[in-house]
Ligand binder design. Structure first.
Ligand SMILES: Cc1cc2nc3c(=O)[nH]c(=O)nc-3n(C[C@H](O)[C@H](O)[C@H](O)COP(=O)(O)OP(=O)(O)OC[C@H]3O[C@@H](n4cnc5c(N)ncnc54)[C@H](O)[C@@H]3O)c2cc1C
Ligand code: FES
Length: 284
């Protein structure tokens, strides 16, 4: 793997990163585009879709966030961050040009090498768009290396659909099958599907299950129903990948906060196969 951590001598030392773009994606989610301040490190920073970074802010602490940008466009790191508590509260007080600390990249990420030549089915709900946008953009930037690319994206309401405008644009591509849905249209202006994300499955035709890798991320309730649909499609369980969140502290397999039995989710995850999850139900 071409992974290179920012500070290889001391993995806990954050590297300063400057916020170059910052804007709201929904009422409680913001988009942060960050450039590692040291230009050499910014350009040599390599990660894989599905990995995460620890983002810190002096005096407030640090927290793990999925890298939402694609490794195929190096130099800038993007995050979608939901405002929930102490660290995210401090991050939401920042403005463009302010500094954050960065450690990483951490976790296993998606096995994109194995996925080459295969069809790709991405199913995202709510903030699940954060890690899956990275792999989606990676597949689109390397379009000739994959078969069909299919995206199902669900949100509660139109205003809560993260990267709404970006996905409307992607819908115009003829090399991506993109289906969007909201549970409820409270605007009267939504011209797409209304219903939970699983109502989009009947729109996908002619899946070749053995040749398909599926990736899923969303709220915990979504997994149960989406996994049922994927199994119905006959996609092998080791080709169904999901990215899961656990409480994490160090991100590097030292503190034990993320451990379930012998698995450290910061090292062995956050990407797991359905096969892994069946054997370790506590993962979800
Ligand atoms: C690998 C990984 C990737 C992640 N990617 C993203 C991302 O792309 N965008 C994003 O917004 N968030 C992401 N998260 C979650 C994010 O790390 C937490 O929201 C963050 O740690 C909250 O920090 P805080 O100090 O603001 O909240 P706290 O003050 O620590 O907590 C506020 C509330 O949120 C709950 N909470 C905090 N962390 C978690 C968690 N991990 N799981 C469930 N409940 C939690 C607490 O129990 C509490 O109720 C990710 C987590 C992991 C492990
Ligand atoms: S977060 Fe510390 S061991 Fe995984």
């Amino acid at each position: 793997m071409d992974k290179k951590e920012l500070n290889q001598t001391n993995p806990f030392l954050p590297e300063p990163g400057r916020i170059v773009r910052l804007y709201p994606l929904t009422d409680d989610v913001r988009f942060f585009q960050v450039r590692i301040a040291d230009m050499d490190k910014a350009l040599s920073f390599r990660y894989r879709a599905g990995q995460f970074a620890m983002v810190s802010i002096l005096g407030a602490g640090e927290a793990p966030f999925s890298i939402s940008s694609t490794p195929s466009r190096p130099g800038l790191l993007e995050f979608c961050i939901r405002h929930v508590g102490t660290v995210t509260n401090a991050l939401f007080r920042l403005k463009e040009n302010d500094l954050v600390g960065l450690r990483g990249p951490y976790g296993n990420g998606f096995p994109v090498e194995k996925m080459k030549g295969k069809d790709i089915l991405i199913v995202m709900g709510g903030l699940g768009a954060a890690p899956l946008r990275s792999v989606l953009l990676y597949c689109l930037d390397n379009r000739d290396q994959f078969g069909r690319v299919i995206l199902l994206h669900g949100a509660k309401r139109p205003a809560e659909m993260i990267f709404r405008e970006e996905f409307f644009d992607l819908k115009k591509r003829d090399d991506l099958e993109c289906y969007l849905a909201v549970d409820e249209d409270d605007t009267g202006k939504w011209n797409d599907n209304v219903g939970v994300v699983t109502t989009l499955f009947p729109m996908i035709k002619g899946i070749d299950p053995k040749n398909t890798y599926s990736m899923v991320c969303g709220p915990p309730i979504m997994y149960k129903f989406v996994l049922k649909e994927l199994v119905k499609l006959d996609i092998p369980k080791d080709q169904i990948l999901m990215t899961l969140e656990r409480r994490m502290k160090c991100g590097v397999g030292k503190c034990g906060h993320c451990a379930i039995d012998y698995i450290y989710t910061c090292l062995d995850g956050p990407v797991f196969t359905y096969w892994d999850v069946i054997h370790m139900r506590e993962l979800i």
